[in-house]
Design a protein. Structure first.
Length: 121
């Protein structure tokens, strides 16, 4: 599997695996544009420096695992949408957590216009 192809699936599968072990399973799904943002960012970082794209994906994976464990910990930014800011990269994960599911709405570059993702569900 290439770096870009299925990057979000790897994150989703690993996060789900960790969560099953903790008996806190929640279903994670990505908005199609969030999936594209994740892939584009990982590819960009990998082209800038070999291995950096994988580090980006690993950080996103860790944060998704944390979101699964404590979905209400993210800062509420608009309505039911919450945000977790990555520590190492200038990105945030925007998500909603209705019932027993997590919906990733955007993998947002923090240097981009801030409300471009509004309207995604």
């Amino acid at each position: 599997m290439g770096l870009v192809e299925g990057a979000w699936q790897v994150c989703n599968e690993r996060a789900a695996s960790r969560t099953r072990e903790a008996a806190l399973m929640k279903r994670v799904s990505f908005h199609e544009l969030a999936e594209r943002e994740l892939n584009d960012a990982a590819l960009y970082y990998e082209q800038e420096n070999a291995g950096l794209g994988f580090k980006f994906l690993e950080e996103v994976e860790r944060y998704i695992g944390a979101i699964i464990k404590t979905p209400n910990a993210g800062q509420r930014v608009r309505g039911r949408v919450r945000r977790r800011i990555l520590r190492t990269f200038p990105y945030a994960i925007l998500y909603s957590a209705p019932d027993d599911a997590i919906r990733i709405l955007a993998i947002m570059n923090l240097k981009r216009r801030p409300l471009y993702w509004v309207g995604r569900s």
